[in-house]
Design a protein around this ligand. Structure first.
Ligand code: ZN
Length: 279
């Protein structure tokens, strides 16, 4: 039977931005992949911050419809299935008095997960209602590099869900590095704080996996201008990131060469799909 892997994504783009090349390699090796994105719901009565971001996306009240479509096209380009869980991302969340939980962009990167315990419960509940984790050979979650509150909430909720389900041994949890936040180099303590107790595992990928990822990332048209000043800078960043973990010299061009994709596991002997085939 084909093994099926689940990637949990905070926003519509995270899993493919971070792991699109690995997802491509999995699918090319006859594994099935589903990407479940948690925050895909559309807010109402938008805050100033949400309006500013919508303007940057070049979208209006159709923002999440467009972003969900972009995600479907990006996943299709790789051959992955998608699930949209439709919770509200941080810029749409409101306090009980109706005021926005986050009114400044920088606050999203310094908030503590404990301050959003209701959202954690919401994620745990939606995950348990809509996804049967035991059906998947493994579940990939973001480490939370960059400390975006939504990424940290997704990690925390998945860990809680796994613990509560009492199926510790059955649900294999693996962690991925959050891109582009890793490339911003601003979260200098992620290794000691977010990857503490985890083991880095390397999977050899090929340049065409990277090409497939870039092709899929380009489907997220509304997000490109928010994350990078130009398409060229996105391409350069993706290539630089891959080249940085290439087995050859840093100066070696990635074209035609292999590079490593990294995942993190609690168990050093955790079998990682594709690595056994390609290394
Ligand atoms: Zn994100």
């Amino acid at each position: 039977m084909t093994q099926h892997y689940l990637f949990i994504s905070a926003h519509l783009d995270d899993a493919i931005l971070s792991c699109g090349d690995y997802i491509h390699a999995l699918i090319q090796n006859n594994y099935q992949v589903t990407i479940a994105t948690v925050f895909t719901g559309m807010g109402t009565d938008l805050s100033m911050l949400a309006r500013i971001l919508h303007k940057k996306f070049g979208l209006g009240m159709d923002t999440m419809d467009v972003r969900r479509q972009e995600d479907i096209h990006a996943a299709e380009a790789l051959g992955a299935a998608v699930i949209h869980l439709n919770l509200l991302e941080c810029i749409y969340r409101k306090n009980k008095d109706g005021s926005p939980v986050y009114s400044k962009l920088q606050n999203l990167f310094v908030a503590e997960v404990g301050s959003e315990h209701e959202v954690i419960e919401e994620i745990v509940s939606v995950l348990s209602e809509q996804i049967i984790f035991e059906n998947f050979a493994g579940v990939f979650v973001p480490l939370g590099i960059g400390r975006h509150i939504d990424h940290c909430l997704v990690r925390e909720s998945t860990e809680r869900y796994r613990l509560r389900a009492g199926t510790d041994g059955q649900i294999r949890l693996m962690y991925y590095e959050d891109l582009p936040y890793l490339c911003f180099n601003q979260d200098i303590t992620w290794r000691t704080e977010l990857a503490a107790g985890l083991h880095e595992q390397r999977i050899k990928l090929q340049y065409w996996d990277l090409k497939a990822k870039i092709n899929a990332v380009l489907k997220y048209g509304s997000q490109l201008s928010l994350l990078w000043p130009s398409r060229t800078s996105m391409l350069k960043q993706m290539e630089k990131h891959a080249r940085g973990v290439a087995p050859q010299s840093k100066l070696h061009p990635p074209e035609g060469s292999d590079y490593f994709f990294k995942v993190y596991t609690a168990d050093v002997n955790e079998p990682i799909p594709v690595s056994e085939i390609r290394t």
